[in-house]
Design a protein around this ligand. Structure first.
Ligand code: MG
Length: 250
């Protein structure tokens, strides 16, 4: 069931989105050579709790941390730990959700650690721009397939592949609501977008094949071929006046 939000609820979602966006920004500033993913998670958790919010991911389905931190060939759902030390040249995807006054903001960004290879930079650029192509397609009256096909066309033209096993989602009072928001699709197909719908668009884009595998911890999802993967996400609202990004830091 798709839950449409009132303007008052959208304002509350913007507050939750702002907290999650600021937590994500702080995480990015913490990405440095020699820092563990556990330390970055601490920064995220401390900030969210200081705002009177709660980390949406902590305990979700048993997830043991506040942020998913996924380095290089890890696509999503990397579990922060003290052993994973970030190095110069790594790409570090951080996915953060904050719940505030009953609503969730969910966002992700892939941060470079220092100078990265031109190939890695190109993957990051394509994934970020693919996200914004998807957001541009999220117009009232369009359909879910218009979003996915916009992302897919943009990144595949540049030689990258779209992960199929994980997709974006509705977001609101719950972290995951209907509908599913794939990053691939056919224009004009799928659920029609209506004002008041709030969705998280989150392309997960691979340098090589789109296949992924989940490691034995049940969470960590890696590329099947060991190549790099990037992940960018915003929570947005569909409005009469076009898409509005809810996860902005100010
Ligand atoms: Mg999400």
């Amino acid at each position: 069931m798709i839950v449409l939000k009132t303007s008052r609820e959208l304002a509350a979602m913007r507050d939750a989105g702002r907290i999650s966006a600021r937590a994500l920004k702080l995480a990015g500033e913490a990405v440095e050579p020699g820092v563990s993913t556990w330390e970055i998670d601490r920064v995220v958790r401390r900030y969210i709790e200081e705002q009177g919010a709660t980390p949406s991911f902590l305990g979700y389905g048993g997830f043991p941390a506040s942020a998913c931190i996924s380095v290089n060939n890890v696509v999503i759902h990397g579990i922060p730990d003290k052993k994973t030390i970030i190095k110069q040249g790594d790409i570090v995807s951080v996915d953060v959700g904050a719940t505030f006054e009953g609503f969730v903001g969910d966002n992700a960004w892939t941060f470079p650690c220092g100078d990265i290879s031109p190939e890695a930079q190109s993957l990051l650029d394509a994934t970020r721009e693919g996200l914004f192509e998807g957001i541009k397609a999220a117009q009232a009256g369009n359909r879910i397939g218009d979003i996915g096909s916009a992302v897919q066309r943009y990144v595949e033209t540049r030689g990258y592949s779209v992960v199929r096993d994980f997709v974006g989602h509705g977001v609101g009072a719950k972290l995951h609501e209907d509908p599913s928001v794939p990053n691939y699709g056919t224009p004009g197909r799928g659920v029609r977008l209506l004002p008041g719908m709030t969705i998280a668009i989150e392309p997960m884009i691979n340098q090589g094949v789109y296949d992924v595998k989940v490691l034995s911890d049940g969470w960590t999802t890696v590329t099947a071929d060991g190549k790099l993967s990037a992940h960018f996400e915003h929570s947005i609202a569909i409005t009469e006046n076009g898409p509005v990004i809810l996860t902005l830091p100010d």
